[in-house]
Design a protein around this ligand. Sequence first.
Ligand code: TXE
Length: 508
Amino acid sequence: MSDVHALIEVRSPSTGEPIGSVPIATAEDVSEAVASARIAQVEWAARPLAERCRILRQVKDRVIARTDDICALLSQEQGKPRVEGLTTEILGLVDLIQYFTAEAERILAPEPIPLHLMKHRASYLHWVPRGVVGIIGPWNFPFNLNNGPAVAALIAGNAVVIKPSEFTPLIQELSREIFIEGGLPADLYQVVHGYGETGGALIANVDMIEFTGSVRTGKKVAAACGERLIPCVTELGGKAPFLVLEDADLDRTANALAWGGFANCGQVCASVERVLVHRSVLPGLLDRLVPLVKALEPKDTTQDKLAQIGPLNNARQRDIVSSLVDDAVSKGARAVVGGSIIEGPGNFYAPTLLVDVTTDMRIMSEETFGPVLPLMTMEDEESMIAEANRSHLGLLAYVFTKNTRHGRAVAERIEAGTVMINDVLSTHGMPETPWGGVKQSGVGHTHSDASLRGFCEQRHINYDLLPTLKTEPYWYPYGPRLFGMMKRLMGTVYGSSIAQRIRSLRGG
Ligand code: TXE
């Protein structure tokens, strides 16, 4: 990279003060990064899988050793509480490395395909790394959401070039340092900084894209990947409904709502975004929930190590939250807690609980991505399910009930990639389960065995089991009897009734 580069200046979400800067990569820088990653990838892919896993385990140990540094920078740059840096970003990555390094031999082993008819031949699938994977990431979980896919792509034998969000580039620099400390060849894990144009340049050079971000940008990214016919996994927004059924345990429900709605200041694609409460339990739920929300006092997370909630990451997001709450209040919602921007430096917004919410309010259809729980009172379960499905998004959904069997029946009717019963957010910490949405929440999955395979080309080999003949009856030359013979064979093998099979055999 040459010395003359425009810079991105990173500002503290708590104070607005500058905290660092990174150079913006030009299109030329991006193609150079990908070219050197491509060279490193060839050597990496040639190493045994066990050796690649060994190095990723060393990376895991460096992540554990650098926990305090990572948490401090996450608080400073992203704004999250120190404990959330550990529980929602680092721990998940450590567990994901543990899982995939332990299971990769099984997941990426060649897979036989039993052939139902051609018993004289055999087939199997094998998995070949795609080459260089481009990762374009968001600012809400900048450590976990970029490094999780990077780990899976690397284990599968790829190189990665990551373009982090322009709001959180510093944590990506620290991540790279840690991965290299763990023994990863430096060119195998590269970082390029910038805005949309840098992302576009990355798409123009790599062999696959893993994107996490907004629906609007996700569509542009998918279109650009389509133009090049490269695979693209898109993990986009969510509008998770949370159904409080008549028999829900209200203590657990209230605690789950508080954490599921306000962790990471609500900036989670799986955040509780719509609370659908059965009328009969509303008073009991509010009695429990209001004090929990009132207790959440936003703090500068770099100063207060026990902060429960911090600022929003950026002013643009705070303004989106503010406009959605104002719209709801103007249409009749009541803020029983919060409801406004906290004046002063930083991007603080008061944790907010809205009641008397109705479907015509924007907050029930647009992604809030902030510290707001809108509660809608519902008369019965059928209307709760209908309301849950009235969204263009479908990432996560939650059902709270004491009757798990019934909860599963309700869950199966909800249009979402994942539905959790009596828990929130936590399947992201289960790397063996798929993470991805339906509708406009994206296409494809991160996590799960299928995602590790997704970082590979699936290739199919078909070979002979028995000694081969000099020719096959249906090869050239086509003789006069071939058509009749094949027709008889087809009817004899595939006819549904004995009579039809006999007729075919006789040439009828
Ligand atoms: O995301 P963008 P933003 C949602 C949330 C939020 C909204 C906007 O609702 O309000 O998205 O956030 C890069 N080609 N989520 O604006 O723009 C960009 O530089 C290639 C949900 O930050 O989608 C960044 O690295 N790349 C989400 C990344 O795309 C482009 C997490 C995401 O930016 C590009 C964050 C282009 N044309 C926000 N334009 C989740 N699913 O968790 C931008 N980028």
